[in-house]
Design a protein around this ligand. Structure first.
Ligand code: SF4
Length: 157
């Protein structure tokens, strides 16, 4: 997997203070996408074991308390990313007990493959659906267009 950016402290992508990973790879080609530089699966940097370990350590850093991990992109559920993202979310679940996981995807919950659904099963909040420029609304919280849905899987937001 490749990623375009990692923010160890982030307060704009989800509830509270978070760690946010923007992965590379997206096939949705939404008109008006603000993040086209992440479309190629090999854009940016290689996601390494060292970065995975750092994310776990950052989430458990008691000096700056993070509420959880946000996964955006690109698309964390792109087929090229599902293996690495599943490993990451499973580690967060096992090693970062009180942290939540938010995930943004252009896929709709109803169309997920088994591999994608296995990731979503580990996640607390999913914002799904393509960005629809005709439904764009800057006043919306956590989403860019009105068709996108915030799914709370296991915790309140
Ligand atoms: S799903 Fe997100 S990253 Fe992918 S094309 Fe649409 S707006 Fe861009």
């Amino acid at each position: 997997m490749f990623y375009s950016a990692y923010h160890s402290i982030d307060v704009v992508n989800g509830e509270g203070t978070r760690c946010t990973l923007f992965v590379s790879g997206c096939d949705h080609a939404c008109k008006g996408c603000y993040n086209q530089s992440t479309w190629r699966v090999d854009a940016g940097h290689q996601f390494t074991q060292q970065l995975e370990d750092r994310i776990i350590a950052d989430l458990n850093d008691t000096r700056i308390r993070r509420r959880g991990l946000s996964l955006s992109g690109g698309d964390p559920l792109h087929p090229a990313n599902v293996s690495a993202v599943l490993q990451l979310v499973q580690r967060v679940r096992h090693e970062c007990i009180d942290k939540d996981i938010w995930l943004w995807t252009g896929y709709q919950m109803s169309e997920l493959t088994t591999a994608q659904a296995a990731i979503v099963a580990q996640v607390d909040v999913v914002i799904d659906g393509k960005f629809e420029q005709t439904l764009a609304d800057p006043s919306l919280k956590w989403r860019g267009s009105a068709n996108q849905i915030i799914h709370t899987i296991s915790k309140g937001i």
